[in-house]
Write a protein that binds this ligand. Structure first.
Ligand SMILES: C[S@@+](CC[C@H](N)C(=O)[O-])C[C@H]1O[C@@H](n2cnc3c(N)ncnc32)[C@H](O)[C@@H]1O
Length: 229
């Protein structure tokens, strides 16, 4: 399967880095806490057992934004490790502040493109859950290639999941929900854990910041749960 490239041969990214809008306290948290909690991306395989100093199950959240759901989950589940991947520095700063304030031990971050992280950093069949909550919808047709949910990316995610591991997705935009079903239903190793083409009502997860915004606008929320077989 091919990865999308632009007309200069560069990979098409699912995000745009926006400068500015980082607060002083987020910037200071990055300076103070980065080395202890942010795992550098070098392109080499990560040793997750060494990083977390235990062999508890691992949940990866892709694109955690300002990270409130990630912090909530890590606090609720001391029996699991959490790894958040995000490119947006204010979100990294915000979560670092939360880690310090709440003394969270089971949460690490990676500040890099999740597509590259999944291509290089994880051994096959090492992750228990992968979460993609409210990914950028890229609603214009000409931008559809930028959506993170693409066949090659989901295949890679599936390779990294353990058997019976789960991929949980959520969106507030129904065309993206349909796109997710269309893409993921074609990945032979993943099957809808609720029922074929059926959304997950009352999903087990905290509400995210983006979700709150969508609900205020009157949007419906669509969750999907896939399991690796
Ligand atoms: C619409 S926001 C949703 C944030 C959060 N999940 C929420 O529900 O509030 C999508 C986030 O995904 C991040 N993102 C998009 N593509 C990414 C990628 N390839 N790697 C890491 N983060 C990515 C963006 O920076 C952005 O913060």
């Amino acid at each position: 399967m091919k990865n999308h490239k632009d007309n200069k041969g560069r990979p098409v990214r699912s995000y745009v880095i926006r400068s500015g809008r980082i607060t002083n306290s987020q910037r200071q948290a990055i300076g103070r806490l980065w080395d202890d909690h942010v795992i550098p991306f070098s392109g080499d395989l990560l040793d997750l057992g060494e990083i977390f100093q235990n062999s508890l199950p691992i949940t990866v959240e892709i694109g955690f934004g300002m990270g409130s759901s990630l912090i909530d989950m890590a606090c609720e589940r001391s029996d699991a490790n959490f790894l958040g991947i995000e490119v947006h520095k204010p979100g990294i700063g915000k979560v670092l502040k939360g880690i310090e304030k709440l003394g969270i031990k089971n949460l690490k971050l990676i500040c890099h493109d999740a597509a590259e992280v999944f291509n290089h950093a994880f051994e096959d069949e090492t992750l228990d859950r992968v979460l993609v909550f409210f990914p950028d919808p890229w609603p214009k047709k000409k931008h559809a290639k930028r959506r993170i949910i693409q066949p090659e990316f989901v295949s890679k995610v599936s390779e990294k999941l353990k058997n019976n591991g789960c991929l949980h997705l959520a969106t507030d935009w129904s065309p993206y929900a349909e796109h997710m079903i269309e893409v993921i239903d074609k990945i032979p190793s993943l099957s809808n854990a609720i029922a074929p083409k059926v959304f997950w009502e009352n999903p087990e997860r905290p509400e995210t910041k983006f979700e709150k915004r969508g609900k205020k606008l009157g949007n419906r929320i669509w969750d999907l749960l896939y399991q690796k077989e």
